[in-house]
Write a protein that binds this ligand. Structure first.
Ligand SMILES: Cc1cc2nc3c(=O)[nH]c(=O)nc-3n(C[C@H](O)[C@H](O)[C@H](O)COP(=O)(O)OP(=O)(O)OC[C@H]3O[C@@H](n4cnc5c(N)ncnc54)[C@H](O)[C@@H]3O)c2cc1C
Length: 410
């Protein structure tokens, strides 16, 4: 049986980060470190940011942590011990430059995700970690001080420490099919409810689907009786609603039946009502259809007025108080009934995962099984769009790697 000091299970960003951190800590031992990957290294990483890899965010760590909807405190230590600057620096050292785009998102200036992966592979080569590709770990057990790792159609291997970084369940063709949850459960770790995250909504409404391709810019979306609101763009598609604001809102989804859209978040209800009253006298001859061009996209106006059952040819000056209030109410809170979220196949992340209460946030080591470490999306916290999920994978991966390597450091 092959014996290793540390076995890393899963070669996504978290697993690769762990291997590099181990290399930085104990590079003379690297021959006894193995990274076991079911498919190829970084398959999902290659898809990130539409291939451009939104790798990190410029916001202060305090603000970054607010982008996670479970146990933000848990991530504090890993984010401070390997922050956004540390993350960019490992690539900058290899000559890659980054550009900051809207909302603090960092992207590589050239090469995108391909270059990020190429550089990570260079680091892995330099560390000398043994990499086993197309090896699927089926189960892990612990006997005395050793972990026995069963690999499909291969011989078992043995390791003193294990870093579990198998990701979630989204985009299963990349290799992330939820195997880590089963392995963690066998070690008595609890798994919180998991669901697709950063995922579009289904809307079985033909009239809306006909507007496929329309972007509603700078709107605010929310659910009824839920305090979380997300401001940004929406994209209407042939299956329903997508776009950054909708993807972020989906992380708060809890079997809600409707999405509420504030189409003009820059103006409050009162001011909007007063503006329409003022405009009714100065622009009274304009039809509602034309007047609303001030606020809404052309094709969306007809849909909007049809949904609220108001004649689009009605002149602004002739609008009754009742109809004006219906318009204002719906501009501020248009209700679109949704028929659930799409599946893991199209979800960017998995919300939920291995519960953090039994993982030491300062080391990523299991509180139940000494020598077992967790990293990346497999763990419970899930982030919004903006580079936070990759940051979490790298930060927790680095911390897990560094902590696992510590006892082997000479
Ligand atoms: C389309 C898309 C776009 C995205 N864009 C962004 C973005 O721009 N910015 C951002 O921050 N985040 C983005 N994300 C999210 C980000 O990709 C993930 O959060 C991140 O990849 C998680 O890293 P990880 O290493 O924890 O897991 P993964 O990347 O899922 O890697 C886990 C690895 O473990 C392997 N594995 C699983 N089971 C086993 C097993 N039994 N044996 C051996 N190996 C196993 C898998 O094959 C996989 O390679 C995007 C996701 C998608 C799908």
């Amino acid at each position: 049986m092959e014996k290793y000091k540390i076995a890393i299970i899963g070669g996504g960003p978290a697993g690769m980060a762990a291997a590099i951190a181990i290399g930085n800590t104990i590079n003379h031992w690297m021959k006894e470190i193995v990274l076991i990957e079911k498919t190829n290294l970084g398959e999902k990483l290659l898809l990130t940011g539409g291939g451009r890899a939104n790798i990190a965010n410029s916001k202060p760590i305090k603000e970054q942590l607010l982008k996670f909807n479970e146990d933000r405190n848990f991530l504090k230590h890993s984010f401070y011990s390997f922050n956004n600057e540390d993350l960019l620096n490992i690539f900058k050292l290899k000559g890659l430059k980054f550009r900051e785009e809207e909302n603090g998102k960092y992207f590589p200036i050239i090469g995108g995700a391909q270059t990020i992966l190429k550089i990570l592979k260079e680091y892995l080569n330099e560390t000398g970690v043994e990499i086993k590709l197309n090896n699927r770990v089926e189960s892990i057990t612990k006997e005395d001080d050793y972990f026995i790792i069963k690999i499909k159609d291969k011989n078992d291997i043995v390791a003193s420490k294990v870093i579990l970084s198998t990701g979630g369940k989204s985009y299963p063709e990349t290799g992330s099919t939820g195997d880590g949850y089963k392995i963690a459960k066998n070690f008595k770790h609890q798994i919180s409810t998991i669901k697709p995250g950063l995922v579009p909504f289904k809307v079985n409404e033909e009239e809306l689907q006909k507007l496929s391709g329309i972007k509603l810019e700078d709107v605010e979306v929310s659910f009824e009786n839920c305090e979380n609101k997300v401001r940004g763009n929406i994209l209407i598609s042939h299956f329903g609603l997508s776009g950054p604001a909708i993807l972020d809102l989906s992380n708060y989804y809890n079997n809600n039946t409707a999405v509420l859209i504030d189409l003009i978040p820059s103006m409050n209800h009162y001011d909007l009502n007063m503006k329409i009253i003022d405009d009714s006298s100065s622009k009274g001859k304009i039809s509602l259809k034309n007047y609303l061009k001030l606020h809404l996209k052309n094709r969306f106006i007809s849909y909007f007025l049809k949904v609220i059952d108001i004649d689009e040819n009605e002149k602004l000056g002739n609008l009754s108080k009742k109809d004006r209030l219906i318009i204002v109410n719906n501009l501020k809170q248009l209700k679109i009934n949704v028929n659930g979220i799409l599946s893991y196949k199209t979800a960017m992340i998995t919300c939920g995962g291995v519960k953090t209460n039994k993982i030491n946030p300062k080391t990523m080591e299991s509180k139940l099984v000494p020598g077992l470490f967790f990293a990346g999306e497999l763990i419970e916290p899930s982030g919004l769009t903006g580079g936070y999920n990759l940051q979490m994978a790298f930060s927790t991966g680095f911390l897990a790697g560094k902590s696992a390597a510590k006892s082997f450091k000479k």
